[in-house]
Ligand binder design. Structure first.
Ligand SMILES: [Zn+2]
Length: 424
């Protein structure tokens, strides 16, 4: 399946029906719809990077160039899922049905469900078990055209088990083609043993020593906090993220999901790389994100899955904030691993245009992970991470939700996935 070009050889992707020339992120909201679409295009890849792109008839041909036909399909940058809770274990399908039957999240949590249930499962899993349970998830995400995924800890909730989760992310990164971007989310929820003692818990899970160890060992690039009603307060989140910044971890925030308590304003104040969720964001929060240049990561799969109101993404876009869309893939509030499906929800429910959604899941997702200077766009010198679809245009792709449309995935110039019936 893995088609590798010889060292130094070029790869020319030809017969592209439409090439979506996504510009480098962050793309401000009002420009997200401006994606040049080049018909009958080609992309030349050299040394794992985009060396040229344009109309196929003008394509340069190096000696020994390997040709790959897109068979008239649309080619986009590899998709980037900028917010997931991989790696996790455990089954919460029972909770899903209880919620459908009308039980509240709070009552499910009080009976031992919710994040604490996943915490028990993660704590009793070995590092190898965590890796084995999550590898197939990443293999499937590759088949959806995804080439980069953010992964969070946050189910260990003790230094030992948080480190185990981060080590599992590192191992998963080694074992499959998708690049993983690790985030430390120790302040995700209170574990049973710290019930009613959040500040004591934070002294354990966000001690300067632990944050420095995480940063020094390269186990995470970002630190995230669940700052919301029923989770951690703005003051607690500020304390954790200031320490994390001092240790070299960039701040992120789960903000404004359940209530408006000032989390997005805090994200602006701390110059967070992103603020995620934002279902209840207000004008002050929007202004703060815009001033700080933070990416707004919208998670419509969660609202869909929980049946709660969506984030008003159009308001963020109109305010010119760079918006990303991600799955929030997790075992409780969004067991949806398909980014294309969530992209369709963004289109049909948030009224985002196909080009806006594409930018949200490529250039702006890259900006939410601080990798936008080298990936997430069709740009000379950028990583040759490309997804080949079996439809000729973006519009045709979004028009038919739920159908697998990915023909092949190219990662750093190598074909790392192709649908079995697709001859190259
Ligand atoms: Zn989340």
């Amino acid at each position: 399946m893995d088609t590798r070009t010889a060292e130094g050889a070029s790869l020319l992707v030809t017969r592209i029906g439409t090439l979506a020339v996504v510009p480098p992120g962050p793309v401000p909201g009002q420009h997200m719809r401006d994606v040049p679409l080049v018909p009958d295009a080609a992309v030349l890849i050299r040394d794992g990077r985009i060396a040229w792109f344009g109309p196929a008839r003008e394509a340069p041909l190096d000696e020994g160039t390997v040709m790959l036909s897109a068979h008239g399909g649309c080619v986009i940058p590899g998709l980037i899922d900028a917010h997931t809770h991989i790696p996790f274990v455990g089954d919460r399908s029972g909770e899903f049905v209880r919620r459908l039957a009308g039980e509240s999240y709070l009552s499910i949590m009080e009976s031992g469900g919710g994040i604490r249930s996943t915490c028990r499962a993660v704590r009793s899993a070995s590092l190898d078990e965590l890796v084995a349970a999550n590898l197939p998830r990443l293999h499937r995400m590759l088949e959806y055209g995804v080439t980069r995924v953010e992964c969070k800890s946050g189910y260990g909730l003790s230094p030992e088990h948080e480190l185990k989760q981060l080590e599992a992310i590192r191992e998963l990164d080694r074992q499959q083609p998708i690049d993983l971007e690790p985030t430390f989310l120790g302040a995700h929820a209170l574990p049973d043993e710290f019930d009613g003692r959040p500040d004591e818990f934070l002294e354990t899970i966000a001690s300067p020593a632990l944050l420095h160890e995480v940063s020094r060992r390269g186990l995470a690039f970002f630190c995230d906090v669940f700052c919301d009603r029923g989770a951690f307060t703005v003051e607690q989140a500020r304390r954790v993220l200031e320490r994390a910044s001092a240790a070299g971890l960039r701040p992120k925030l789960h903000a404004d999901e359940l209530a408006q308590i000032g989390a997005s304003s805090l994200a602006g104040e701390l110059r967070a790389v992103s603020a995620d969720h934002l279902e209840c964001i207000d004008d002050a929060g929007i202004a703060a994100l815009k001033a700080a240049g933070a990416v707004a990561v919208v998670l419509p799969g969660t609202s869909f899955y929980l049946g709660i109101p969506h984030c008003d993404a159009r308001r963020l876009i109109d305010a010119d904030v760079p918006v990303a869309v991600a799955t929030d893939y997790n075992p409780g509030s969004c067991m949806i691993e398909s980014l294309p499906w969530v992209m369709n929800i963004a289109c049909c429910q948030l009224r985002m245009l196909p080009t806006e959604v594409l930018v949200a899941c490529t250039a702006n997702a890259a900006a939410a992970l601080d990798v936008h200077r080298r990936t997430g766009a069709v740009e000379i010198g950028y990583d040759a991470d490309l997804t080949v679809l079996d439809v000729p245009s973006l519009d045709a792709w979004f028009y038919t939700p739920g159908r697998p449309r990915v023909r092949a995935v190219i990662k750093a110039g190598h074909v790392v996935y192709r649908r079995p019936e697709y001859a190259l």
